[in-house]
Design a protein around this ligand. Sequence first.
Ligand code: GAL
Length: 358
Amino acid sequence: MMKKGKLKYRGAKRGLAVCIGASMSAMLVCGCETQQSVAENKVHVGVTYYNQSDTFLNELLECFEEDLKAYQKGGIETTVTIRDAAGAQRTQNDQVEELIDAGCDVLCVNLVDRADPSEIIDLARDHDVPIVFFNREPVAEDLLQWDKLYYVGADADQSGVFQGELASELIKNDAETDKNGDGRIQYVILEGEAGHQDAIIRTENAVETMKNNGVQLEKLSYQIANWNRAQAQNRMQQLIAQYGDGIELVLANNDDMALGAVDAYEKSGFPKEEYPAFFGIDGTNVGLQAVVDGSFSGTVYNDKEGQAAAMAELAVALATHDGLQNMEFERGKYIYLPYEKITVENVEDFLSETEPGS
Ligand code: GAL
């Protein structure tokens, strides 16, 4: 049984190392004088994210809070205030104003509408509070509006390619995947929000990669389920009603939607041997568990620990005006963490061990 906060993932170890390493090196390199001023440093981080029902983001923010706490060992007192925008950009704009009024030194913003950050950017610039956008990538022109705007996320292209490679490998190695033996794979896709960089890119790359690997495909349906398990279950129930046992592969843009698809099959009464193959993306706790118990044929790890550590390091560096020079950026503003493929072969590396004594 998984215990919250008691598991260490591969990325968590890597993330923590980056995080503690950064604060310690600030202490060591700068000597006594700076040690004094670092010791006096207080950093208040304000976070707002698009929706508190999002499984992946809740796990990412849990890591982020832990990473910020770890800075205390380096003499930097950190506090964090987190707000849920509940799917409304208007609400999020108000939250940013409130967080700035509350004295936040830096903001971490997961936009509701990634095409609409202007009001937030104006507010932050007027008060000289830097912003680290995360997970929902603003368009490039918007990030150029001010030099204190950054983005931390993951390489969307890679996640789709990896999902397509995992599915291709299964189809090549397991003839049973082609249930009706017609030489083609009848597939459906469950997509995240329309307009989200991770939705369209994941879909396109997964399908393209399978085609490049010589897989003959027959598209049955693409359905939007907004990253959400219940919506995906609903869509999948409709698809099962339409296609019966004719679906051989379900590619979902994230684990929660893949889980929703599995839920629909469990309700359908089909015997397990007739289920299609399911693939997700994220490697959330429940997603990893689905790989362990065989519900998923695979998933792709969205490195929440790495992203959280990068956000924490960047937020502290921006607030303390120290450490930015040690960080590497793409195009001066972007940090992208890589994905990793997960199957039953390597899932243990991601679950990892329970801490001793717990
Ligand atoms: C994606 C993630 C989804 C969802 C979405 C929210 O990167 O795979 O599960 O969290 O971000 O923006």
